[in-house]
Design a protein around this ligand. Sequence first.
Ligand SMILES: Nc1ncnc2c1ncn2[C@@H]1O[C@H](COP(=O)(O)OP(=O)(O)OP(=O)(O)O)[C@@H](O)[C@H]1O
Length: 217
Amino acid sequence: MLDIQNLTKTYRSAQEQIAVLRGVCEHVSAGESVALTGESGSGKSTLLHLIAGLDEADGGSIRLDATEVTALADQGRAAIRRDRLGLIFQQFNLIPSLTVADNLAFQSRLAGRHDSQWQNELVDRLGLGNLLKRYPEQLSGGQQQRVAIGRALAVRPPLLLADEPTGNLDEATADDVTDIALDLVKRTGCAFLMATHSTRLAAKLDRTVRLSAGLIS
Ligand SMILES: Nc1ncnc2c1ncn2[C@@H]1O[C@H](COP(=O)(O)OP(=O)(O)OP(=O)(O)O)[C@@H](O)[C@H]1O
């Protein structure tokens, strides 16, 4: 479902050039969960941003099923993010002015695919029933990340991308949040690509790949 071929990305400034990705190839099948590891600065976030169409590659291709993301203009990439991707970041990125209930429904409403029954199921599984009327600032980190997972999965995306999703959480909460995410990922049948520094969390996924010297091994 996700096919990456010879992907390259160099950051250029007046002082230096940083060749972060030097020909990355990877394939993630439907329903597969893959941990993306690598040292700090190895390019994990860069790769996830390119897949999500938040930045442009210099060369190579990223295909999401039949769609070549790398060939799309900004608007097309935004539509892919809205309709076919779930995104989870370390900083949760919830909308501060919206309640938990409205944060959960935000992307699925934008995509025109809001499904109240599925949202209720997510609320139950994520243990958010008592928190629906609260605002993000009234939640703990673990609770905020559970909302972010619910928001990302409410649209039933074929691919869920997560960038260090539990980096701000203590170990027990990180385990808990990852287990819930994996359970929901299995239930929806979506593919899951998660950047992490934790070998413990990586081991919970189907397989692990490592970014090193600009390549995936
Ligand atoms: N917008 C940018 N402009 C210039 N250089 C950048 C930019 N974004 C990232 N970099 C550089 O690209 C390299 C890869 O960064 P990236 O954030 O992708 O790594 P990472 O593996 O996600 O790191 P970490 O594990 O610390 O989050 C780093 O050397 C970083 O300094």
